[in-house]
Design a protein around this ligand. Structure first.
Ligand SMILES: Nc1ncnc2c1ncn2[C@@H]1O[C@H](COP(=O)(O)OP(=O)(O)OP(=O)(O)O)[C@@H](O)[C@H]1O
Ligand SMILES: [Mg+2]
Length: 508
């Protein structure tokens, strides 16, 4: 006899329908799984064999073939255990199960208990559009799956419950979505811990307001790492759309805890400088999202930038421009979103004191050049805002006065983001850093003073075309923070100032 059950697969974070067919007929007894399964899918066989017997059915003494269609995409993981088990029970004539309008996903244990699988949110979000009325999932994925609208999520802890549900003997209430409502108060370290550094704070605020990449440069122990770690504390809460996008990626990466619904806290990823290019952008034989995608909609922090592997920095270039990572494999091409704010911190030389007001730098000019040279021109060009973080003086350090907290900065950032939301409504652009060249002229209108200043600086500082665009975008954000419609000369001059460090350190 023959039976089929629909299931869901993922290409990156894009779902597609998988048809799980089981044929059981007289012949040499055996159990094969075909349809480009990888080793992890092949192990389903043993789990299904034990589970079916522990559910009280004899393992059929027949020639059994399970086929996962379409046959040209690689099937990974234990997601298909439950659909194979159910199709086998039906095909063996043990029970008459109704699979109409139903998609089934889930791993089973040897006794038939259901275990959570990865990527469920991304699989079920489009289930209704794909024609399903309900999706059967393990209990551990229930909260995450319930975010999907328009389909009933049927969750259970044991395969036996699903069997009685599908044969009509037991009813299971669909899981209620409670996920979208609660926005938890985010708990990040606060800017009030950082003394002084008012220029760096201002630069951080602009960077957060417009989504601009940021480079902090200065001697050791001045608060660069401290500041960067506090950047999420001044970013507005994730919107529902952002939360869903980010949660999908965490779910696919297997980083969502069992029972967790939507991620509400913005991800802050700070990979160590020994990270490999593949771990940064995503990869491996079954490509998983890398740090870059795990920081989607928030901050990727690269501390000690020149210490990173040169390869790893180079592979960042394209995704930083596109907001997405493309991974090609023989049978698949996967895209993971990666719209991040890059924040990098570094010392200006190996000893750290080059350019320090009082301490002497002990590095040779060649060593300094070599150190700075590890950060390539094109990489530097992708960072809109460069800011120096100088040593804090004794008065500031010993001052009892409380430094400004994150809250006020976050309110200013949120106001500037609201202006941008209105400006970019109906387009794919989310903030000023992402203004496409075609939109630049219309969006970044300057008054006459600003035009004259930018023109004069363009030749005086021999700016590149890319630098010109980026200065305009940063100036737009500065004007938005002020609530100004037109970009004025003060905005332009502040924006230019954030592009002057590369001349100080990298020009020589
Ligand atoms: N501006 C500051 N206000 C308060 N504490 C500070 C400040 N700067 C540094 N500190 C203290 O010094 C420690 C080190 O700061 P942090 O790690 O941010 O320095 P850094 O600039 O990243 O140095 P490095 O270049 O060595 O990485 C902090 O944990 C904090 O105790
Ligand atoms: Mg540091």
């Amino acid at each position: 006899m023959y039976a089929f059950v629909s299931s869901l697969g993922l290409m990156g974070i894009e779902p597609y329908v998988i048809r799980v067919e089981v044929d059981s007929r007289k012949g040499l007894p055996g159990f094969d799984i075909v349809g480009l399964p990888d080793a992890s899918v092949k192990e389903s066989r043993d789990r299904v064999k034990s589970a079916i017997q522990n559910l009280g059915y004899p393992f059929p003494n027949a020639k059994i073939v399970a086929n996962l269609a379409p046959a040209d995409t690689r099937k990974i993981g234990s997601v298909y255990d439950l659909p194979i088990l159910l199709a086998l029970i039906h095909a063996s004539g043990y029970e008459n199960l109704d699979f109409d309008g139903t998609a089934v996903i889930g791993e089973i244990g040897l006794s038939g208990e259901l275990r959570a699988v990865q990527g469920v949110l991304a699989m079920v979000l489009d289930a209704r559009r794909m024609g399903f009325k309900r999706v059967v999932v393990p209990q551990g994925n229930a909260a995450e799956a319930a975010v999907a609208e328009g389909v009933d999520i049927i969750a259970a802890a044991h395969a036996a419950q699903i069997v009685s549900y599908l044969k009509g003997a037991e009813s299971i209430q669909p899981v209620k979505a409670q996920a979208l409502a609660p926005v938890i108060e985010e708990t990040w370290p606060d800017l009030s811990d950082v003394k002084g550094q008012f220029e760096a704070r201002r630069a951080m605020e602009i960077s957060a307001a417009g989504g601009h990449n940021l480079l902090l440069i200065g001697p050791p122990g001045t608060g660069k790492s401290m500041l960067a770690k506090r950047l999420p504390s001044i970013l507005p809460e994730m919107t529902d759309t952002e939360a869903i996008e980010t949660t999908k990626i965490y779910s696919v990466a297997g980083l969502l805890e069992s029972g967790q619904a939507l991620l509400r806290r913005r991800p802050f990823r700070a990979p160590h400088h020994t990270v490999s290019a593949a771990a940064l952008t995503g990869g491996g034989p079954n490509p998983k999202p890398g740090d870059l995608s795990l920081a989607h909609n928030c901050v990727l922090f690269l501390d000690e930038l020149p210490e990173f592997n040169k390869m790893a920095l180079e592979v960042l270039r394209q995704p930083l421009e596109d907001g997405a990572v493309n991974i090609s494999r023989v049978r698949q091409r996967i895209t993971y979103p990666a719209d991040v704010m890059l924040v990098a911190a570094m010392n200006p030389c190996p000893c750290g004191f080059y350019g320090h007001p009082d301490k002497k730098c002990t590095c040779s000019p060649a060593a300094i050049q070599k150190y700075l040279g590890r950060v390539s021109g094109p990489m530097l060009d992708r960072i809109d805002i460069h800011i120096e973080v100088p040593p804090v003086n004794y008065e500031q350090m010993s001052s009892r006065e409380k430094a400004p907290a994150s809250r006020a900065a976050r309110e200013r950032v949120s106001a500037a983001r609201a202006v941008q939301h209105a400006r970019f409504a109906g387009t794919a652009v989310t903030c000023n850093a992402g203004i496409p060249p075609a939109m630049l002229g219309a969006v970044c209108r300057m008054d006459t003073g600003a035009k004259a200043l930018l023109k004069a600086s363009f030749s005086a500082l021999s700016l590149s075309a890319r630098a010109y665009d980026r200065i305009l975008k940063v100036a737009r954000t500065i004007a938005d923070l002020e609530g100004a419609d037109y970009i004025g000369s003060a905005h332009i001059s502040e924006a230019i100032q954030y592009r002057s460090l590369d001349r100080k350190y990298w020009a020589g």
